[in-house]
Design a protein around this ligand. Sequence first.
Ligand SMILES: Nc1ncnc2c1ncn2[C@@H]1O[C@H](COP(=O)(O)OP(=O)(O)OP(=O)(O)O)[C@@H](O)[C@H]1O
Length: 264
Amino acid sequence: MSIRGTEIKIEGLTHRYNAKSPLTFNKIDLVSPPGEVLAIIGRSGCGKSTLLHILAGVLKPTEGKALLNGESVESPSPRWVMMFQAPHLFPWMTVRENVGVGLTFARWSKNEIKKRVDEAIELVELKPHVDSNVQDLSGGQQQRVALARSLVMEPELLLLDEPFSALDAFTRASLQKDVRAIAKRLGFNIVFVTHDIDEAIIMADRAVIMAGSPGNIVHKLDVDLPDPRERQDPSVQELRSRLMTTFEQAAYSKEEAPAAASGQ
Ligand SMILES: Nc1ncnc2c1ncn2[C@@H]1O[C@H](COP(=O)(O)OP(=O)(O)OP(=O)(O)O)[C@@H](O)[C@H]1O
């Protein structure tokens, strides 16, 4: 599988859902280099999912641009794929059929599909289940099928909207580590939204904090830790508490800003 990352450039990105609704966010600028795993964290309602949907090409910005390798994202594409909390699999199909569904639609030959699907299934460690019906798998295994189905399309960018939040803690922890390892091995970018500070530290190269209404990026923190990352490592714990403090301060200062500006 040959996957390359992409440079993500977000320029003056502004969004509102309709003429009567307030701005979701206002003039966001951000650059993410090829191969970066980027976490977006922030309080509920600050526009994280909206930003992700614009990057996926399923929502249009009101102003500004999202560029991938200089190309404006205008519509969904197998080059930038999104994974959600629920895996959205075809319940009557096997693991192999689910993983290959995009390639079947794209009319690849049976041999090519088999080769690519086998590679993806190996990467997500589901080889023993390749001919199982997906309904017979656990929630974590089903998320692995969804991941493999995204990977067969060789995306430059994987967008994850709280993808592991419905899973138990152990399953979540192993998927977080595996997804990061696969991204680093293949070189694609990830942008993921999470409410979980631990998840940001275990998975990301960098975390950005969104806050305010309209939302904006108020802080960026490099997660400069060696792999593999273990929760109990002192360096992981130290960075976790730094990110937590930064998160609380960023959210607080942003909430105070409008009152101070209006002299109240
Ligand atoms: N389809 C919609 N129409 C109108 N407003 C919307 C729509 N979807 C979201 N919003 C509003 O836009 C704002 C940002 O929503 P968004 O889901 O992007 O936030 P979020 O930071 O991802 O929140 P959460 O962490 O709770 O998922 C919120 O105030 C929300 O109510």
